[in-house]
Design a protein around this ligand. Structure first.
Ligand code: NAD
Length: 459
């Protein structure tokens, strides 16, 4: 388990140990022993699988590519988590992401455990045929441990519905006659995917912010004022006014967040900055999101990088360097690109008072502490970006039943599930003076602890 995740889980265990309402019959030494057992189980994966995939490249050369599937914990259900194709993939990173999946699923009451996979390649450097072979080989090497009731992968960085379709097809041909639609999620619609899966993460990210401000805080203001929570004055100052927003990343997650803000016209919020791997675009009066989405759709997901390209699509924007998005004078900053974007060295330049994590781990532990000291509200990844895995769960259910839902129904179910979690953790956050990230971990670890205890796994 990574350092930051390990520290937050340990803090959660200390808090639960001191709370007599959690496992009330356990006292004294036996109570401490049980909590140590929980720590030992959650800090290590159940199983680590590693293989070197043998691939014949288009050149005729044979290479061996490192591939992982790490199964962290299945106390709540079959392992579930994406497969990442990235050249920096290593055992520690995959293991940490698998642990995060265990916690994320527990937090949102998704009946899955946590797993993660990875292949150590830069997919941009491989042909389509080579990627197809890598996907097939991945399933062949790990076929015994995968399956709809064992371990269900999904897309992650560097993979998408194309790779999931290839992997599902390979699983199907290795296991003829067996149910296969639930073996992978994030498939294309024609291959048994779910409507709304692609949009689910971005929609969930915006929903987590919107629900916190416009529903939870607004409806519970008089109760919240009695808690003397240092974050509340900022939250109150955001009520009943249009807000300025910036979004880092304009891919699957970031572009959908932008679309959601654009569609939420009655709120009159404006997106003043967006960015991608090349550029930040800025306009203090608000960017034309519909035109940016059109440009991105016409240019393989990229934003315009020159004044001429902007002019062609009637986009009125200043072109800045790609990091500039992080330092804008805005009310809300959405992080939807990569890990570790706000860190010790740049955190002091961040001006937003409210940050929402669409990406996984975009803020380092050190930067998180600096932001907390300034009372910046951070809606963490584990809470905000779970829309993808929640709709993956609906895809798995639809595949098992071979009954498919309408897009509207998928979003209804998604928002209902997220709302249930938000209603559980927001009261903990406002009444207990922890960071919201800690409140979420406390809730997830409590759920896992109770399950492990009831299953007799702690003694
Ligand atoms: P994506 O590849 O579709 O988009 C990533 C975006 O980030 C692109 O606009 C890219 O240009 C930009 N980017 C890349 N490098 C950058 C850099 N150095 N600086 C600024 N921008 C950069 O990916 P995505 O699916 O939108 O995922 C974004 C993040 O959200 C990832 O961290 C991913 O793990 C996380 N996430 C995604 C999902 C999902 O369902 N897609 C679910 C949970 C978490």
């Amino acid at each position: 388990m990574g350092r930051q995740t390990g520290t937050i889980v340990q803090q959660a265990l200390d808090i639960l140990l001191a709370d007599p309402a959690i496992l009330p019959l356990l006292k004294g030494n036996s109570r401490e022993q049980i909590f140590q057992s929980i720590g030992a189980i959650l800090s290590t994966p159940n199983k680590t699988h590693k293989a070197y995939l043998r691939i014949t490249l288009d050149s005729g050369n044979v290479v061996r590519i490192p591939a992982y599937r790490i199964q962290h914990n299945d106390a709540i259900g079959p392992y579930k988590g994406g497969i990442r194709f990235h050249e920096s993939v290593n055992e520690d990173e995959v293991s940490n992401l698998a642990a995060l999946m265990t916690l994320k699923n527990a937090l949102h009451d998704v009946p899955f455990g946590g797993g993660k996979g990875g292949v150590g390649i830069n997919p941009r450097k491989y042909s389509e045929r080579e990627l197809y072979l890598i996907c097939k080989k991945y399933v062949q090497y790990f076929t015994d441990i995968l399956g709809p009731d064992k371990d269900i992968p999904a897309p992650d960085m560097g993979t998408g519905e194309r790779e999931m379709d290839w992997m599902t097809a390979e699983y199907k041909s290795i296991h003829p006659g067996r149910p296969y639609l639930g073996s992978f999620t994030g498939k294309s619609i024609v291959s048994g995917g779910s409507l709304g899966r692609r949009e689910a993460t971005g929609k969930g990210v915006y929903f987590s912010f919107k629900y916190m401000l416009d529903h939870y805080i607004r409806s519970n203001l008089s109760t919240l004022e009695t808690y003397n929570n240092p974050y509340l004055p900022i939250a109150k100052s955001y009520l009943n006014r249009p807000l300025t927003m910036a979004i880092q990343g304009f891919g699957n997650v970031g572009a959908v967040i932008a679309q959601e803000i654009f569609n939420d016209q009655s709120a009159q919020h404006s997106v003043v900055a967006v960015s991608d791997r090349n550029v930040t675009l800025f306009n203090e009066n608000g960017l034309p999101i519909d035109k940016l989405l059109q440009y991105s759709a016409d240019h393989s997901g990229e934003l315009p990088t020159t004044a001429e390209a902007c002019a062609e699509y009637h986009i009125d924007a200043h072109i800045q360097d790609r990091e500039a998005v992080l330092y804008q004078e805005v009310d809300v900053l959405f992080l939807a690109a990569l890990e570790e974007q706000i860190h010790e060295r740049n955190v002091d330049q961040v001006k937003a008072k409210w940050i929402v994590e669409g990406a996984n781990a975009p803020i380092t532990g050190e930067a998180d502490d600096v932001l907390a000291a300034k009372n910046v509200i951070v809606i963490p990844d584990i809470l905000a970006n779970a829309g993808g895995v929640i709709v993956s769960y609906f895809e798995w259910l639809q595949g098992k039943d071979t009954q498919f839902y309408s897009e509207e129904h998928v979003y209804e179910l998604l928002y209902a599930k997220m709302q249930k979690t938000l209603d559980q953790v927001f009261p903990l956050f406002f009444s207990q003076n922890h960071q919201l990230r800690q409140s979420c971990y406390n809730h997830a670890v409590m759920k896992l602890s109770l399950v492990l205890y009831r299953q007799g796994k702690l003694y």
